[in-house]
Design a protein around this ligand. Structure first.
Ligand code: G
Ligand code: G
Ligand code: MN
Ligand code: NA
Length: 254
């Protein structure tokens, strides 16, 4: 795959950038969080989706320097928003399981927060079920330390991986994000509605917030509101936006 050869250059040439997608309170519409999502503006191939390069970055180990760049950039942006009086929500960063396995990730986060002068409660980290797949005490300790630092931790893509209830009991994370595969046409699909309802009950029983991903229609939104979802994310609310477009979104009065 030729993209692999491009990675290092792309990082040096600043071809990567972040877009931000809000997660909002389903009842008030308040923005709770801005999820940072990476994009690659490739000089000849154009805009490349992370779905097409994150897996390769994970295989090659490039996810480590790339993930470090994402965290730094998101924290820098959060601090800038805060200084401009715009930050009343967390900035969420996706972290790959590989980053936990190969680096002292919690140490790195501590350093970045110090460097950027961002308070930990403004940072959210999204991990996936795969993070806990192996009996890996190193990863488990890192997640616990991040939580102890006051960082909000979400479990992304919930329901699509190895959904063991063990780690929910062990870690007491802050939020579950229900994968959009369960949300699409949820109002028309009984089996999806049953699963969403069960996940909400599970999360609330553990004092966790529940986030619906990929909400695209008013019908889906109305239905999951009735089921008791806390936060929503998806094209119906907003697509991922570049930073200055995101600022316009948050300046709009409700
Ligand atoms: O933004 P989009 O839906 O195209 O993202 C596709 C996938 O890439 C999603 O699973 C998303 O979690 C992942 N992704 C986006 N940005 C990052 C990132 O900065 N780090 C990691 N590890 N994954 C990301
Ligand atoms: O796995 P993760 O939740 O990090 O992935 C988020 C991805 O989902 C992003 O790439 C984002 O562009 C995409 N996304 C966000 N909202 C919607 C939506 O409403 N519909 C679809 N199809 N994709 C969405
Ligand atoms: Mn995510
Ligand atoms: Na997801």
């Amino acid at each position: 795959f030729t993209l692999e050869n491009d990675f290092q250059r792309a990082l040096e040439e600043q071809e990567f950038f972040l877009v931000y997608q809000p997660k909002v309170d389903i009842n008030t519409g308040d923005i709770k969080s801005a999820e940072a999502l990476i994009r690659w503006n490739h000089p000849t191939k154009g805009l490349i989706s992370p779905a097409d390069f994150i897996p390769l970055a994970e295989e090659t180990g490039f996810i480590v320097p790339l993930g470090e760049w994402v965290l730094k950039e998101a924290c820098r942006q959060a601090k800038e928003w805060q200084e401009n009086g715009l930050l009343s929500y967390r900035v969420a960063v996706n972290v790959s399981a590989i980053q936990f396995q190969r680096t002292n990730f919690d140490e790195f986060v501590r350093e970045v927060l110090e460097e950027t002068n961002l308070e930990p409660e403004w940072l959210e980290i999204e991990i996936t079920e795969g993070t806990f797949m192996e009996e890996d005490t190193f990863t488990a300790q890192a997640v616990t330390k991040l939580k102890d630092m006051g960082i909000y931790i979400s479990l992304d893509d919930f329901g699509t991986g190895y959904s063991s209830m063990m780690y929910l009991k062990e870690f007491r994370l802050h939020a579950l994000k229900i994968d959009r595969g369960f949300i699409e046409d949820v109002h028309l699909r009984e089996e999806r509605a049953s699963i969403v309802q069960a996940i909400i009950q599970l999360a609330h029983g553990l004092q966790m917030d529940v986030v619906a991903e990929g909400v695209e229609t008013l019908e889906e939104l109305t239905y999951i509101k009735m089921l008791g979802i806390d936060h929503v994310q998806g094209y119906y609310v907003s697509k991922p936006l570049i930073a200055n477009q995101f600022e316009n979104l948050i300046k709009v009065p409700k």
